[in-house]
Design a protein around this ligand. Structure first.
Ligand code: LMR
Length: 319
């Protein structure tokens, strides 16, 4: 019996993510939570011929608590999205309270769940979620992940686009470390597999700005984010069933084996890095190896921004 709770399911990431979960046939129960529309979305999804029973809960009448009851996995996409001219950090004021309230309830209702945060700014919302869980006596850093999978998906995709016709994005693997906004997203092209001989300047600009611009005020990445979020959820499920999987994610390093060594190298506690997933969450983080000179310089900039982002999240929670 596997249940996933999708919080923010009426949003433009949450709805396609709920479709991917329902279509996958990987779940017995899917609960949707949002402030509008989710009962109807649940009815709609229940006409799909897979076994998961989908329920929709609105905020009134304890809907958040009901949606979380018995959840093994929680994925949070709730919150507002960027418009042109905004950075992900501009979302913090609104989204931090949403994350705090959700994770305060997670701590009470499903403290054993494995949780994924998609809501931006991930660099700050994950520390907010961690502190809400900690203050609720339910924090285990091996089960809280900031989803940075879209950065990894993009790195492979942009290489294939740059190489031109016929290149299969899935045949390229590029580690992406750091965080999930602006300069903190650090793709390590020097470690691309197979090795590539294109300049990073020929790759499309990294991150979500291109989508924000082309949506002209209607939001940011939605379908590709749902795709990436689902890829991470699938990895968690595969790991839970006994096959370890390695994926990048933004995690609290000191609480995961191997993490303290990375903290000693970087001086930050939260960082996106390759993580081994096991049956109960993260079992190991991997050091990211040696960087090229230009990547070292980019890492310095990333760390400066990341420290400020983490601090913003912790300060919001009174830490
Ligand atoms: C993305 O990477 O596309 C998302 O984080 C959305 C955004 O604000 O860019």
């Amino acid at each position: 019996m596997t249940k996933i709770a999708l919080l923010g399911a009426a949003g433009q990431i949450g709805t396609p993510l709920s479709l991917l979960c329902k279509a996958s046939d990987l779940f017995d129960e899917i609960s949707l939570y949002d402030i509008v529309h989710v009962p109807g979305i649940a009815t709609d999804l229940n006409h799909i011929d897979t076994r998961a029973k989908v329920s929709g809960y609105l905020a009134e009448d304890g809907g958040l608590q009901k949606s979380l009851q018995g959840a093994d996995f929680v994925v949070v996409t709730a919150g507002i999205a960027r418009k042109p001219g905004m950075t992900r950090d501009d979302l913090f004021k609104t989204n931090a309270s949403i994350i705090r309230d959700i994770f305060t309830e997670v701590a009470k209702t499903c403290p054993q769940a494995t949780c994924c945060v998609v809501t931006n700014p991930v660099n700050s919302t994950v520390p907010v979620a961690a502190e809400a869980l900690r203050q609720g006596g339910a924090y285990d850093s091996t089960r809280l992940f900031g989803v940075t999978t879209l950065d990894v998906v993009r790195a492979s995709t942009f290489i294939a686009h740059a190489l031109g016709e016929g290149a299969d994005p899935k045949s390229f693997k590029v580690p992406v470390i750091g965080g999930h906004s602006g300069a903190t997203i650090l793709p390590l092209y020097s470690q691309a597999e197979p090795r590539i001989s294109i300049e990073s300047s020929t790759l499309a600009e990294f991150g979500g700005d291109e989508i924000v611009q082309s949506k002209k005020g209607a939001g940011s990445a939605t379908t590709c984010m749902a795709y990436a979020g689902f890829r991470f959820v699938k990895a968690l499920l595969q790991a839970k069933s006994g096959t370890p999987v390695v994926e990048e994610a933004y995690v609290y390093l000191p609480g995961i084996p191997g993490g303290k060594e990375v903290v000693a190298r970087l001086g930050v506690d939260y960082f996106a890095v390759k993580v081994e997933l096991g049956p109960n969450g993260a079992t190991k983080v991997f050091d990211f190896g040696s960087l090229s000179d230009s990547e070292e310089k980019l890492l310095e900039v990333a760390l400066k921004d990341l420290k400020a982002n983490i601090q913003a999240g912790l300060a919001f929670m009174g830490v």
